[in-house]
Design a protein around this ligand. Structure first.
Ligand SMILES: Nc1ncnc2c1ncn2[C@@H]1O[C@H](COP(=O)(O)OP(=O)(O)OP(=O)(O)O)[C@@H](O)[C@H]1O
Length: 382
């Protein structure tokens, strides 16, 4: 036993949250079949709660006795991890909650980005094994300000084609995953344009610089993450929701060392902090868990409808990044001011008002469970 769990916490105490609507209503049975037996065999102590309403998971996280658990297992898509992180972020001891209770996904939703990015597969059994045998791996979070509101994002922000294809097709939910493909295809065919003003604090501006950074950091950061575990850098006391931000909020002037880009012909805008945005969408192949940067992928609608469709098809394997029409950078913060009235803004797949917003990275602010200390190898050379 001691040999099998060298350096790893055995018999973890798990709070299991099941979204009964996740995975088209199958989350409960997926957990019973593939999750519960593995956790029982590993002598994990589980407390199971079925969520009863939107934002229930956030309320649970906000009120949780964090000393009772090593990890929260979200049997869901990406919506429940988003809620748990925001629930933790609101607490007055949010730094401790986020550093000491790992957030895990047992994939049961339509978007299973966290499990996919950690394990390279959306298999529930592999995710359960990784939870049993995983060590805390620090990850960066993103803090978003909009008006006087604040939200924490662990996965992505998107405006334009992807947000419209996802949130603008809710009425087609009966179609399952096909609705997103149809939504994206329709927008690419119509050469939909999403003008905006973008202010960016670059970390690595060109694909060459992104590639060099990734190749330098992937192996070394994995080893470091395994060694240091949950010794996260973000150790400030007080609530992450009240933390003073390095670059201020959307209501402050744009910092003078940021670059301003007027993107009147923007077609695609995606910022992410994990490589996979869905099991068939490797949008950010150079994403790293805690390098203090966000990955930014954009292209203009002027590339034409056929090129846009070709790029959308290539996203499955991450090969869109090879196109000269695609910009891929690593950034520390940005501000986006939309120049359209109607449309969608998606934060971790959740709908937010389409209004100006600003995002900055918060380094090493939360923990996932990983057995390798990094995300799955994406096998894409930029
Ligand atoms: N009992 C419930 N009733 C209604 N909504 C719920 C309930 N429990 C959770 N939710 C909401 O369901 C949403 C979807 O969560 P989930 O994490 O499963 O993401 P998803 O990938 O969008 O999943 P899917 O598309 O398969 O439903 C979240 O916004 C969450 O607040």
């Amino acid at each position: 036993m001691a040999e099998a769990y060298k350096g790893i916490k055995a018999e973890k105490k798990l709070l299991v949250l099941i979204n009964p609507h996740g995975g088209q209503g199958k989350a409960k049975s997926i957990y019973k079949k593939y999750g519960a037996p593995i956790f029982a065999a590993a002598h994990c102590k589980t407390t199971v709660i079925t969520t009863t309403h939107h934002y229930h998971a956030a309320q649970i996280a906000e009120e949780l006795d964090i000393d009772m658990y090593d990890a929260i297992v979200c049997c869901s898509g990406d919506g429940i991890p988003h809620e748990v992180i925001n629930g933790f972020a609101k607490r007055s001891d949010s730094h401790r909650a986020l550093a000491e209770v790992s957030i895990c996904q047992f994939p049961c939703g339509s978007g299973n980005s966290m499990a996919m990015s950690l394990n390279g597969t959306a298999s529930p059994s592999i995710a359960a094994l990784n939870i049993v045998k995983g060590m805390p791996m620090p990850i960066d979070l993103m803090c978003m300000t909009q008006g006087n509101q604040r939200a924490v994002s662990f996965l992505s922000q998107t405006y334009g084609l992807v947000a419209d294809a996802d949130l603008g097709t809710e009425s087609l939910r009966w179609m399952g995953g096909t609705r997103f493909a149809i939504g994206a295809l329709m927008r690419a065919l119509s050469e939909a344009t999403y003008p905006c003003e973008l202010h960016v604090k670059y970390a690595h501006e060109t694909k060459k610089a992104v590639s060099e950074h990734f190749n330098r950091s992937y192996q070394s950061s994995s080893q470091q993450n395994i060694q240091e575990g949950s010794q996260s850098e973000y150790r400030e006391s007080g609530s992450l929701f009240k933390k003073s931000l390095q670059y201020g909020s959307i209501n402050d002037p744009v910092p003078s060392d940021w670059q301003t880009l007027t993107r009147n012909k923007l077609g695609f805008f995606y910022v992410g902090k994990m490589p996979w945005m869905a099991s068939d969408a490797l949008v950010f192949p150079a994403s790293l868990p805690n390098d203090g940067t966000l990955d930014l992928v954009t292209w203009d609608s002027t590339i034409g409808r056929l090129t846009a469709i070709d790029l959308l098809l290539k996203i499955e394997k991450g090969h869109h990044v090879h196109s000269n029409d695609v910009q891929y950078a690593k950034i520390e913060a940005y501000r986006l001011i939309p120049k359209i009235q109607d449309g969608y803004l998606s934060i971790d797949g959740e709908s937010f008002p389409l209004q100006p917003f600003q995002v900055e990275v918060i380094r090493n602010a939360a923990c996932l469970l990983s057995s390798t200390g990094s995300y799955a190898n994406t096998n894409v050379n930029l």
